[in-house]
Design a protein around this ligand. Structure first.
Ligand code: GLU
Length: 428
């Protein structure tokens, strides 16, 4: 079942708007995208054949500034999914106080089946198709699921070619050599760690517990999942389970995530049937290691569950079986409203996507500002500024949560809605 992500985010928005008494005119504007563009992308394959692909760029709202949001290459991408993700970007940018509106792009394609040349041609085609509506002052794309710095480099090059001169600020998440910023690739994960630790430090149950006594399961081992698992592992947390789309590894004493990352294959898949328990460095089959399915990973007996893959993973069906006490949503839209109701009733804390994974777009913001000003940030300046923005947002949201006696997601939507509502009203 692929429940409508768009309907889900509007359900959350509705709840927050009701509670915070948001002007109904503003609320009704926010239920629709400002502009949706569908493009046809003929792709020449290496064997001389041609595939016709479809792509989208949805610009949801720009009350707070230029549109901003990633581009995903995924076989299930659709106009509806991209619209929902563009709405989530709007709330996310507003919630953490960035001067951006929200947008998202997508191409329905199985990027893992394309050669490097095919991927480059597709990336350039996509930019040719959406060129009129993007640019540093209009709409600034970035990586998302199955897109990466190399793809941003091709896209920036194509945009610059059409423009007549180099425009690094047209895309973020670029390689450092092309005006990218060191740390952007891990900023989504690092931002999530700041939010998680902010929560743990302020929680009665966790504040006196050491990282090694806090167990973690991470679903998804792409850029976000692998990096957050590694950062938490290196900070001493007990990361007991990780998974990719095919399989999951589990060890009750914790996995050595650096070893797992080291043993990923060329396509980024984690090893099957080989486990890396903490303290046992050499590669070996260990009797205590278990392989799980993705479903079992979500239901693992851990303190913190981190869905870092795709949407609609925690649903009505599995919400009553989740054993984690805290859920850090690093994916966009992993929890359905029905699941959230069940989780809330069971006192499970959900730190919502639009706060938890905002470190990515915050990193993008620093990159964009640097490109516009021809300025390069130091690593220290970058990490410090990311931390400041994430902690400021988390504590503002924490206060609103207390004020309205509600859950973290509703509080985050309220903060976003207030900013959007003020901007929309002031613009008249
Ligand atoms: N794709 C990321 C997200 O969902 C980053 C977007 C950006 O940096 O513009 O937040």
């Amino acid at each position: 079942m692929n429940q409508s992500l768009f309907k889900n985010t509007l359900t959350y928005l509705n709840k927050a708007a009701d509670l915070a008494k948001i002007d109904p005119h503003v609320f009704s504007v926010l239920q629709h995208p400002k502009r949706s563009v569908e493009v046809t992308l003929p792709l020449r394959m290496d064997d001389g054949s041609q595939q016709i692909l479809t792509g989208w760029r949805v610009q949801y709202n720009d009350a707070l500034g230029p549109f901003k949001g990633g581009i995903r290459f995924h076989p299930n991408a659709s106009l509806e999914e991209v619209t929902a993700l563009s709405a989530l970007m709007t709330w996310k940018n507003a919630a953490v106080g960035l001067p951006y509106g929200g947008a998202k792009g997508g191409v329905a394609v199985d990027a893992k089946k394309l050669s490097t040349h095919e991927l480059e041609r597709l990336s350039r085609r996509y930019v040719d198709a959406i060129y009129p509506i993007i640019g540093p002052e209009k709409d600034v794309p970035a990586p998302d699921v199955n897109t990466n710095p190399q793809i941003m480099a091709w896209m920036m090059d194509e945009f610059s070619r059409l423009h007549g001169y180099a425009v690094p600020a047209a895309f973020t998440g670029k390689p450092v050599e092309l005006g990218g910023i060191a740390g952007r690739d891990t900023s989504t994960s690092l931002g999530g760690v700041f939010v998680l630790e902010w929560f743990l430090e302020n929680s009665k149950e966790f504040k006196d517990r050491l990282p090694q006594d806090i167990s973690v399961a991470v679903q998804g081992f792409g850029n976000v999942g692998a990096n957050i698992a590694q950062i938490l592992f290196n900070k001493g947390y007990k990361v007991v389970a990780v998974s990719d789309s095919e399989s999951a590894l589990y060890h009750k004493n914790g996995l050595d995530i650096n070893e797992v990352i080291h043993s990923q294959d060329k396509k980024g898949k984690i090893p099957k049937n080989v486990c890396y328990p903490v303290k046992i460095k050499e590669v070996k089959n260990d009797v205590d290691c278990e392989t799980l399915t993705n479903e079992q990973l979500l239901e693992a007996d851990v303190d913190v569950l981190i869905p870092s893959a795709i949407e609609n993973q925690l649903t009505e069906e599995n919400a009553s079986k989740i054993k984690a006490k805290v859920i850090l949503e690093m994916a966009n839209g992993p929890t359905t409203p029905e699941a959230e109701n069940t989780l809330t009733k069971r006192n499970i804390i959900v730190l919502p996507d639009i706060l938890a994974n905002a470190g990515g777009v915050v990193g993008s913001y620093f990159e964009w500002v640097g490109n516009l000003q021809r300025y390069t940030w130091s690593n220290e300046e970058f990490a410090e500024s990311l931390k400041n923005i994430m902690l400021k947002a988390a504590s503002e949201i924490g206060k609103v949560k207390e004020e309205y006696k509600t859950d973290f997601r509703t509080a985050t939507y309220i903060v976003a809605l207030r900013r959007l509502s003020n901007a929309i009203k002031l613009r008249g």
